[in-house]
Design a protein around this ligand. Structure first.
Ligand SMILES: NC(=O)c1ccc[n+]([C@@H]2O[C@H](COP(=O)([O-])OP(=O)(O)OC[C@H]3O[C@@H](n4cnc5c(N)ncnc54)[C@H](O)[C@@H]3O)[C@@H](O)[C@H]2O)c1
Length: 183
């Protein structure tokens, strides 16, 4: 299978890179290295340095690699930064996802989107929160992830695709950035 991982030089994306590579899949990484690190990937990795907000670059890389699946993990992940600069957060987390969806449509790729479980439900949500719980994000980051999920749903209704959103909880483990609040 041909796989494109956006954010593949990141904490979670690099583990995904390893898992697909171990299976023998043909993996390409798209990352702007804003928080990603080259050291998380082997030297021989096919890394395309690009920004998901750049629609032309996204279209070119997707057109060249023609993935079966795009695992879309590239994101502005800092909740506090999203409060300070909500417009920039939306450009990356909503606009960037739309660029990926549009490019995926051109080549018939399926998109798997890393949404959030931790920042989507409001403070009164039951724990654990079933998927039916109505989202009530308390920061632009969660709102943008929810909006991006809605775009996935829209594309599925428009084009009969099977794009999927995964609402990850808080993930921790090896290769996690030790700086900042998350650590
Ligand atoms: N870590 C968690 O606990 C957690 C929880 C829920 C959801 N998620 C989601 O999982 C995904 C991966 O998270 P992570 O913890 O591995 O974060 P990370 O910061 O380690 O990885 C994000 C990667 O995306 C890249 N990136 C950022 N902006 C980009 C842009 N504009 N264009 C191209 N590449 C860009 C970064 O360089 C980095 O390599 C994110 O979408 C995040 O929202 C993470």
């Amino acid at each position: 299978m041909r796989v494109l991982i956006t954010g593949g030089a990141g904490f979670i994306g690099s583990h995904l890179f390893d898992a697909f590579t171990r299976r023998g899949d043909d993996v390409t990484v798209l990352d702007n290295l804003s928080s990603g690190k080259l050291s998380r990937l082997p030297d021989e990795a096919d890394l395309r340095r690009a920004d998901i907000t750049d629609a032309a670059s996204v279209a070119r890389i997707v057109g060249q690699t023609r993935p079966d699946v795009i695992c879309h993990l590239a994101a502005q992940i800092d909740v506090r930064r999203s409060v300070e600069d909500p417009a920039r957060d939306a450009v990356i987390n909503i606009g960037g996802t739309i660029n990926l969806l549009h490019a995926a449509h051109q080549v018939g790729a399926r998109l798997v989107f890393a949404s959030t479980g931790g920042a989507l439900y409001g403070r009164n949500a039951p724990i654990p929160s079933p998927e039916e719980t109505l989202p009530a994000p308390e920061a632009p980051y969660g709102t943008a992830k929810y909006c991006a999920e809605q775009y996935l749903g829209l594309y599925n209704r428009l084009y009969g695709t099977r794009h999927t959103a995964l609402r990850l909880g808080n993930v921790y483990g090896p290769r996690q950035d030790r700086a900042g609040k998350r650590a």
